[in-house]
Design a protein around this ligand. Structure first.
Ligand code: VGL
Ligand code: ZN
Length: 238
């Protein structure tokens, strides 16, 4: 009787130990290497509390990104960088309000409050972002008549920002995305990264979404469909 109890207890302990070690392994299973880059999307004042297009809880991504960035030797930052009177601003379309849409020659455009105008404090990167080793800042959406949510390709679907060529020239084939907003600039960048052939990860807890008219659920569905991997910051080994 005693023996049998011991055997059962022993098996239980082994099973539990296996489960625990699997969990630990799953907890930080991705180790960024020289072929990996962290893309930090649009962590700018305009998308943070008090900004003209503030993303709910947007400030919460900053400490997560600061910590994550230490695990990457390759980091790229992006800035949404619009002209005054930009075509994506509702104020540029008579009778239109923010979050309504218009059809432009390159497709449907969501209209936004004025935001991230070139050279303004609103367009500056958050002063709390601590990524001094970032090697490149990509600005996008700087042509008055074309928006660019994506860090790779403008909304006309053909004008490149040069980012894919830059990454490839540096033998980077894996990209990890963080920042704002999950359902616009992060998602569009992730989808274009897949199109350009990169292994693509979106770090969910290092992003926050705008979520207008179902955009967040749609973005995740589109990203999953395109083979984007949805991970958490805890999955990345420091
Ligand atoms: C963004 C809306 C308009 C973003 C930029 O960074 O996700 N969203 N411009
Ligand atoms: Zn914008």
């Amino acid at each position: 009787m005693l023996d049998r109890r011991r055997i059962v207890a022993g098996l239980g302990a082994t099973a539990i130990a296996t489960m625990v070690s699997d969990k630990l392994r799953a907890a930080a299973s991705i180790k960024p290497d020289e072929g990996s880059a962290l893309l930090v999307i649009d962590v700018q004042n305009c998308f943070l509390p008090g900004g003209s297009l503030a993303v709910k809880d947007g400030e919460q991504v900053v400490p997560v990104i600061n910590k994550l960035a230490k695990a990457f030797s390759n980091v790229v930052l992006t800035q949404d960088w619009h002209t005054g009177g930009h075509i994506s601003f509702a104020s540029s379309h008579a009778g239109k309000k923010p979050f309504e849409t218009v059809n432009l020659d390159y497709g449907k455009q969501v209209l936004w409050p004025d935001h991230c105008v070139q050279g303004t404090e609103s367009a500056a990167l958050s002063k709390d972002l601590q990524v001094p080793h970032a090697g490149l800042v990509i600005r996008k959406g700087f042509r008055k008549n074309v928006d660019s949510y994506s860090a790779f390709t403008e909304a006309d679907g053909k004008t490149t920002t040069g980012l894919a060529a830059y990454l490839k020239a540096r033998s980077i084939h894996k990209v990890f995305l963080a920042g704002l907003a999950t359902d616009f600039c992060v998602a569009w960048s992730a989808l274009d990264a897949r199109k350009a052939g990169f292994e693509t990860y979106v770090i969910e807890d290092a992003c926050r979404g705008i979520d207008t008219q179902g955009s967040l659920a749609k973005a995740w569905a589109d990203m999953t469909q395109a083979g984007v991997k949805r991970i958490q910051s805890a999955d990345i080994a420091a």
